[in-house]
Design a protein around this ligand. Sequence first.
Ligand code: KIV
Ligand code: ZN
Length: 507
Amino acid sequence: MRVIKIFDTTLRDGEQAPGCSMNLGEKIEVAKRLEKLGVDIMEAGFPASGTGDLESVKAISLAVKECTVAALCRCLEKDIDAGREALGKAASPRIHVFLATSPVHMEHKLRMTEGQVLQQAVDSVKYAKKFCNDVEFSAEDAFRSDPDFICRVFSEVIRAGALTVNFPDTVGYAMPDEFAQRVRYVKEHTPGIEKALLSVHCHNDLGLAVANSIAAVASGADQVECTVNGIGERAGNASLEEIVMSLQVRRDHFNAATRIDTTQIYSISRMVAQVTGVKLQPNKAIVGDNAFAHEAGIHQHGVLANRETYEIMTPQSIGIVQNQIILGKHSGRHAFEERLKDLGLTAESGAFEKIFADFKDLADKKKNVSDRDIEALVMDNTVSVPETWKLDHWTVNTGSALGASGVVRLQHKEGRFEKVACLGDGPLDSLFKAINKIIDRQPELELYELGAITGGSSSQGETMVKIALNGRRWNGRGVSTDVIESSIKAYLSAVNAMLYEIEQKDK
Ligand code: KIV
Ligand code: ZN
């Protein structure tokens, strides 16, 4: 059976999409989960992009040891130098260089001829090769490029030392049969292709990124580039979970496997949705809330008689655990620890005590603590930057006649307290204004979303916010049984991410 490499680009192509940005702490947590998931390569960022990626690729290179860490670079020496610096501590580094090869990109974006593109691609691979044995070359917009030119470029970059050549459908234009044919053509007409791995990278503009990726696997592609939940530019990239489960469920058809531990899929999908604030549609394949729900009576009857009537894979195969034991205020440390394990969640020993204490607090307020509640507690305690300000207490008075007045008291990391009262257009407006006064900055609130973690009136409120200042954006998330408190926590966590980044820059 062939083994297909999974190249995850959630932290690069995914993260660069509008609204998907993650802070450094979140990127490291996602990287650790990707490692646990078993991806072969994770693309950790674009170090020369000037958006903090140099630091995050460095940090991920230190945190991850079980898989290759890739850095994306344009075919420019300064980019490759940044990639080399960022990957300095990686156990298994890969420099990934790219250059566009389609007529429209060469003429209007690069203003270069075919000959110049070929030369720059070869020179860059040679340059990268001086520092890193594992070099990948991507022909951006390959699908809209002349196939014979692609074969020539691939052949030359392989001669220059590229160990992987990547064939992207950058604008999501291909149809699955055409894409499969093109991949076969490249395999058959590129001299020296047997010395390299052939990769594909599909975007989802026509909703065909996964179909094109797996059609390419059937045509001989050795590596697939994808992102968790399919996040990425415009309509996104090919979704990792859909590709992996397609290959797994239809092993009979593809005679190919991946090294992914599929039982980690559900938890990483939820984590990426939470840190990016990009929610999944309920009917999203594999990981949507309804992916294993059976509503129609006839379906329920069939599933009760035998799950295989309407299920082609089990929820357990992607890591959804249906627990019979309900956790509540009488549950002890051992039961809680076991549930974390079942959910594929890990807490560093220091964090465990705090998460367990939060669980006990929650169990006092809420009769049954659901698995979703537990995921939220773990997220709250593991994915955060150091807090500049902590919420001490808040009060709000609101009504239909006089508007709202809110008071917030925060504690600074150096110990002092600040308390401010503000009037506002509603309770949240008054409280957020009070926080802005304390921090002496006015970020813009670009997104505010309030949801319930589970159903029912005792559910915890989960708030996601995005704030922006001077063109930079930060996400925040807060959970509480009180929706106003979850909103303050979310706003404050975005504010802390912003202040941390500003502080790091000023150092
Ligand atoms: O879509 C694309 O072509 C890319 C390349 C940089 C691989 O993301
Ligand atoms: Zn891409």
